[in-house]
Structure formats: C-alpha cells, structure tokens
Design a protein around this ligand. Structure first.
Ligand SMILES: O=S(=O)(O)O[C@H]1C[C@H](O)[C@@H](O)[C@@H]1CO
Length: 628
C-alpha cells in the first residue's frame, strides 16, 4: 500500500484525547489501587454475627471473635466492631489476624502504618495491656512486629504504630496479626474498630494509593480520569448510589456502601482522594454525578428529583465552590484544601441507554442540567444516552459513547465517526474494549469466547479503532479503555487493561497500546490516504509541533506482513527514525504466568521523503522521525 501524506494538518488534536475510566470493579479500588491492606477493616455494611461479617478475619490461638453491633459504636458511620475474647487458661499469643485482599505482600525494609480503635467494654482489670502487631506468614514466620500499649478504658481510644518488616515474604500468603499475652489477658474482651494497615503510598500521600498500580497508571500518560463509574456510580437501589459526601472526611466517618460489583466499598478512596490523584498525574477529572436512575430499574420521579439535584450541586461545589458561599466548599477547605480544583466535565449518570433509563432521562437530564448549568455555566455536561436517542433538552453538547465488541468489530469500525455530522457536538468514547472473539455473545464466559486477558489481536483491533478516533478527534475529545484495573482472579469482569494480585501488576497488550497512543498523541492531525474501511491495515499521521516530529501509527491486523510505502511532502525528512513495535501471536496475552509475553520493542528504521515499512503480522507500530 502507498500512503500519501498531505502537507497541511486538518485539525488540532485535543490534549484530552487519551485517558482513563475508573470505577471500583474487580477490587480495582478496595484491594487494588487504594493502598489499605486490611480487608473488611471496619465491618462496614455487614450483618453482625454472620460469616460474611468476618470476611478477612480469623482467630489466632483460640481467641473467640465476632462482629457485633457495638452498644457504643466508634462513630455514627461505623456501628459495628469486632469483639475479641481471650479464653481463660491460655498461655499463647492470642488474638486476631487479617488475611488481606487475597493476600498481603510483605517487603523487607518497608514500614507499614498500623492503626485501630479499641475499647474494653467491661474492664475488669486496671492498667494497660501490651499488644503485639505483626506481619507473619500463614505458617507463623514473623517478618516484623512492634508492640503497643492498650489502656483498659471502656471508652474508645485509637492506637497507631509503625511496623517495619525486616525480611520479605516469599509469597503473599501473609497475615496482619494483633495479639496479646493469653495469660495476662485471660478472660478479657476488647472491641476493635476501624483497623488499618498501610504500606508506603504513591508520593507518600496519607490514605493514598498502592505504588506499583499508581505508577503503572502514570506510565500510561493519561490526560483525564473519569470517576466514580460506570455502574459503581449508580447503586442497585436509590439509597445504594454513590454519594460524594459519604466518601470525604475522616475514615471513621465514612459508612461505606454496597458497591455494584458484588462487594462492599469502604469509600476510603473518595472524592478528595480522586481529585488529588488527578492533580498528581496532571489529569483533568471527568466526574460523574448520580442522575436519578438505579441499576435495579428505579427512576426517581420528576417531582422528587430536587434533593438529588442539590446533592449533585454540592458535589460540584465541593470540587470548585467558594468556601465563603458554599458549605460543601467550606468542607473542602476544612479538609485542607481551600482553593478549588479544576473541573470542566461532569457526566450526568452512566449508560442511561439501558432498560427504562432512556424514558426517564428526558426529564432527569432536563431538570438536572437546567439547574446545574445555571449554577455552573463553565461546566460541560455529558449525556450518557445514545446520541440523539432520545431527543434531549437542553441539547447535549457532549455525549458519552460506549462499545464492547470483538477485535474484528473494532478494526472494521475505525470509521465509526467519519460519517458523524459536524454540528458542534463532541463525543467521549468513554468505554471501549475488545472483550470477546464471539460476535454472537460479547458478554459471555471464557468458554463462549470472552477474553480473560487482552490479546495481541484484541489490542491490534483497538489500535485500529483508535486511529479512527485520532482522525476524528475534531469531534472525539476523549476516549478510554474500560475497565482499567481488575484483580487477576477475583474479578467480576475480564479483560482488564491492568491485572494485579497482592504481589504485582500485570501490563496487558492493550495497556501498551493505550500507552503508545497517549505518549504519541501529537498536537495536530495530518490527513493521508484513507485506509480501506474494512481492510486489515490502518494508520494515522500526526505532528508533534514542539519537536517537529511526524508520528505514524501503523496497525496490521492480518497474520501476514503488510508492506507500506509512505510518501511525505516535507522537505527535510530525517533519514532515520524510531519504530516502537508491539507484536506477537494473535491469541497471546500477558498473564501472571507470562507477564512479559508481548512487550514493546524499539528499533531504528530508515525514513525519508519516501520510505517503506513492513508492518509485522498482528502488530501495532509507532514510527517517529523528525521532519522540520
Ligand atoms: O454490565 S455493563 O453495563 O456492561 O457494565 C459495563 C458498562 C458500565 O458502564 C461499566 O461499569 C461496566 C464495565 O466497564
């Protein structure tokens, strides 16, 4: 194929084009990006006395443990506590252990920050009781420990201590243990609440993020961050929706909620943490507000939307409001952030094209946006229905389009936006991923074609589609693969851009494609010969004006080499450039057992006003060279 590149750019590429969609799904937040190591740390939303109430916890050396509804709870938000009773006659170290979120990684010379609230409901003895906090293997090998002194007060007290591991554990089957001397504490009962164990966090932020996951997300070079969902914004019922005000302030005041992906969310990673994360990575937030529809099918009647619109206004004011005029903004100031954050985009709901949602979105969108646009005239509100269906007023300026499909669909639909009318509307390709090879059952099981991890074929299909998003970035202002993160085995959705377990992060083929495009976005699009719409070879040409570089992305979805000749109209094209190439077997994935099966390879290539490039079978190539 010969590709003739035009001399002039057609449009500027929005700096917001490539970013991340995040929600707590497949333990991507609790147990993943959020660095808290203890599972069920505050017994939030559990029913005392049930087996589920003790998930993550186990007795040590004969202690009796149970989650109870505390007669005097540690806070209004946290009604439950773990009651630990030391049996009479014991001489061992007796206590309770947490197994973490499917394991706990222990690294030598690392300091962990432990803390918990406690009280002795019926203190029979006086004086203080020494307790040992330790990190140990399930076989009892102690990697690090420290001791704290518990005053035998009947009212709640908080203890915090650093715990340094002196050796690394061989695997992640480890426990965090709180124990007391059985003889000294025989017969005594202590209540434990709001327990926590943090490893070092990304940029050392308190209540922060797991370093290896955060660094992988940073490596992608995202321009925006959409949160808090996705389904996890919506709730199965109205009262289970995500509520911003329940996710800010001291952890002891955060009640948590039943998330929409089968597990309880601690909400320890909350609105303020999301906003600080956006600033740390220089990402613009695309913030979701709840829009009156719960996933179980309930829409709030139009006459009852008022309080929810007010809650959304407060959420926005928490982000950008003036502490002098908004209570929500004053709360932000009290939490240490008087100055506003940057916010330009607010998405109204999520996937309101499902079930009965479109029918009520007409009034939900109208009443919400009419009220909020008046209060926040500089915010762009994004509609989450199918574009133009239903017809909405006020007319949306932005739509969020989602698609989960096969690798072939993505390659064959890279011209999806070429035929869209240019009427000022902008599009957010808010969720897309090749998730199955079975066009007749996209959302089925692995046995039915569902991908467990991205493959080279799925990544190449997505890359082909992304050349179309780049070509149409005059109307596509942002795009994100979804889901972003998922636990390798304990998940509710596959494939995920990043997989992880307690020990490490696994970067997928699709992760590298997202990184390729994000790091090589360029700032102006240069038209060229159009690829065949339903062929197997796709490309896009951009210019990075700051370095006078031309960047050509070439995607070959065929199993055979694709020779391409590029003809450039520029005078001084460098004679050599670099090629970053991701290629491998079409069905090959990076997995926990083969984490680096397919990784980018960089090489030098010959370039010039006219040059040839052989795109390897099933490959994504980024060719970069200077052409001043
Ligand atoms: O069940 S789905 O609707 O397909 O769920 C999808 C779409 C939804 O926005 C997101 O939360 C989820 C996976 O990323």
């Amino acid at each position: 194929v010969t590709v003739t590149v035009s001399a002039t750019a057609s449009h500027a590429i929005p700096t917001t084009l490539w970013g991340q969609m995040y929600e707590d799904i497949s333990f991507s937040g609790d147990g993943g990006l959020y660095a808290e190591l203890l599972r069920n740390r505050a017994f939030q939303r559990v029913t005392p006395g049930t087996v589920a109430s003790l998930v993550g916890w186990q007795a040590v050396n004969g202690a009796s443990i149970a989650v109870v509804a505390e007669s005097e709870p540690v806070s209004n938000a946290l009604p439950n506590a773990l009651r630990l009773t030391v049996p009479a006659g014991s001489t061992a170290q007796v206590g309770v252990a947490n197994t973490g979120y499917f394991g706990i990684k222990v690294t030598a010379d690392t300091t962990y920050k432990a803390s918990f609230h406690y009280r002795f409901p019926s203190s029979t003895s006086s004086g203080s009781l020494s307790a040992t906090l330790s990190l140990q293997s399930t076989a009892g090998r102690v990697f690090g420990s420290t001791s704290v002194s518990l005053s035998r007060s009947t009212s709640w007290a908080r203890v915090a201590a650093d715990l340094t591991a002196t050796e690394s554990a061989g695997d992640t089957s480890n426990l965090f243990v709180i124990s007391v001397d059985g003889a000294e504490a025989a017969g005594e009962t202590v209540s434990l609440a709001m327990l926590s164990l943090f490893p070092p966090t990304f940029r050392g932020r308190e209540n922060g993020l797991r370093i290896d996951l955060a660094e992988a997300l940073e490596e992608m070079g995202p321009a925006f961050f959409r949160f808090p969902g996705g389904n996890n914004l919506e709730g199965q019922t109205v009262d289970r929706r995500w509520q911003w005000n329940a996710t800010v302030g001291p952890l002891v005041d955060r009640p948590g909620r039943q998330g929409d992906w089968s597990y309880i969310n601690t909400d320890g990673l909350g609105l303020l943490e999301y906003l600080e994360w956006c600033e740390d990575l220089n990402m613009i937030p695309i913030m979701g507000i709840w829009a009156g529809y719960a996933l179980g099918g309930t829409s709030v009647p139009q006459s009852q939307l008022g309080p929810y619109i007010q809650q959304a206004a407060d959420q926005i004011n928490f982000v950008i409001g003036d502490p002098a005029t908004s209570e929500a903004a004053a709360l932000r100031a009290r939490l240490g952030r008087p100055e506003p954050f940057a916010l330009e985009y607010v998405e109204v709901g999520n996937e309101d094209f499902i079930g009965s949602a479109p029918g009520t979105y007409t009034y939900r969108w109208r009443d919400i946006v009419t009220a909020l646009q008046a209060q926040f005239p500089d915010i762009h509100f994004i509609a989450s229905t199918i574009p133009w269906n239903p017809v909405l007023t006020p007319v949306p300026t932005h739509y969020d389009v989602h698609v989960y499909q096969t690798p072939t669909w993505f390659a064959q639909n890279s011209f999806f936006y070429d035929d869209f009318q240019r009427n000022g509307t902008l599009y957010f390709e808010g969720e897309y991923a090749a998730i199955s090879t079975n066009p007749n059952n996209i959302f089925g099981s692995p046995a039915q074609g569902r991908l467990v991890y991205p493959t080279m074929q799925s990544a190449a299909g997505e890359a082909a589609f992304m050349t179309g998003l780049e070509r149409n970035s005059d109307i596509v202002f942002a795009a994100a693969y979804a889901p972003l993160i998922g636990h390798a085995t304990n998940n509710q959705w596959t494939p995920n851009l990043l997989a992880f377990d307690a020990g490490q992060v696994y970067k997928s083929t699709s992760f590298y494609v997202q990184k390729f495009f994000s790091h090589n976005r360029g700032d102006e699009y240069i038209p060229s010969t159009l690829p065949a719409r339903t062929g197997t070879l796709y490309w896009s040409v951009v210019r990075k004006t700051s370095t006078s570089e031309i960047i050509i992305k070439v995607i070959n979805t065929a199993a055979t080499v694709a020779p391409v000749t590029f003809e450039l109209p520029f005078a001084n094209v460098a004679s050599t450039g670099t090629a970053e190439v991701l290629t491998g077997g079409g069905t090959t994935s990076n997995t926990p057992s083969s984490p680096n099966a397919i990784v980018p390879v960089t090489s030098t290539i010959a370039t010039g006003q006219t040059f040839d490039y052989n795109a390897p079978p099933v490959s994504v190539s980024v060719l970069t060279f200077v052409a001043p």
